[in-house]
Design a protein. Structure first.
Length: 276
């Protein structure tokens, strides 16, 4: 198992050196967690369902319909959160907000429930294998979002056609794929799909550091960056989702990949005692 740093474009800023390991800092305390101990729908006090683009269609040419409070797509089972995608029709008679999709899945977030400015985020998850799948663990800022200006942190993205790699990325006004200036890194593992891994983010006022199983592979430092490159000084909420198509479908969608299950063992978020 090893990590390979890459800049997803021409980088003009040197890539910061990576530490040997990433573990929970000793001066951080648990402030929020979901251990998924109660079977059924995810806990209302922790999670909401993002369905806002079902009718218009989701960004990035994604093909899924995201269900709300639909156990077929999102449920807690045997101590795990299951996000499950299905290849099935989405008729308007059953789904009034359908956009004519042929896949269902779920996109859960803590928006309106909990946000954090800085912290140590830890998610243990197992991802499904299969072309066309695009599971992700990521954050967005609260409030009215002007994307990508206001920032996005991708703790983990996985695309089924690139089956042995995790990806971590930041999106900002000046660093994004539209401009060809996006910053990100990848981590290679033969069990990127099909095995449990712990994905960690350390986010401080000075840096963003992402690791898999304690091994850092992406580091983004604030340095002298202005808002165009560092908008990461405001509270963010967490998202967990399993998309179909888009980046994940650039090599087609395997019909045998369904049903596809993203399993989350736990989500834990820590902060310094002073709230940072």
């Amino acid at each position: 198992m090893g990590a390979a740093l890459l800049c997803i474009s021409a980088c003009v800023t040197p890539v910061p050196a990576l530490p040997d390991s990433l573990t929970l800092p000793g001066d951080y305390s648990l402030v929020w967690a979901d251990e998924f101990e109660q079977d059924g729908l995810p806990e209302d006090q922790n999670w909401a369902y993002d369905t806002q683009r079902n009718t218009a269609g989701w960004w990035n040419d994604e093909l899924q319909y995201y269900g709300a409070a639909r156990e077929k797509n999102a449920r807690v089972e045997d101590g795990r959160l299951i996000i499950e995608a299905h290849n099935e029709p989405v008729p308007i008679e059953r789904f009034p907000d359908t956009g004519g999709q042929s896949y269902t899945s779920a996109r859960l977030f803590t928006k309106g429930k909990a946000t954090w400015q800085y912290g140590y985020f830890e998610v243990r998850a197992k991802l499904p294998c299969g072309r066309g799948l695009w599971p992700a663990i990521w954050t967005l800022p609260e409030g009215d979002l002007n994307w990508p200006d206001d920032g996005e942190i991708d703790i983990m993205e996985y695309v089924g056609w690139d089956k042995d790699r995790f990806h971590a990325t930041v999106h900002t006004r000046d660093n994004n794929h539209t401009l060809g200036t996006q910053f990100g890194a990848s981590y290679t593992s033969p069990t990127a799909c099909g095995g449990y891994h712990t994905h960690s983010l350390l986010w401080t006022e000075d840096e963003i550091l992402v690791a898999v199983d304690g091994e850092p592979y992406f580091h983004y430092a604030k340095g002298n960056k202005g808002y165009g490159e560092w908008p990461f000084d405001r509270p963010h909420y967490l998202l967990l989702n399993l998309a179909i198509g888009g980046w994940g479908g650039q090599d087609g969608i395997d019909p045998d990949a369904f049903p596809a299950r993203m399993e989350i063992d736990y989500v834990r978020i820590y902060q310094k005692l002073d709230g940072s």
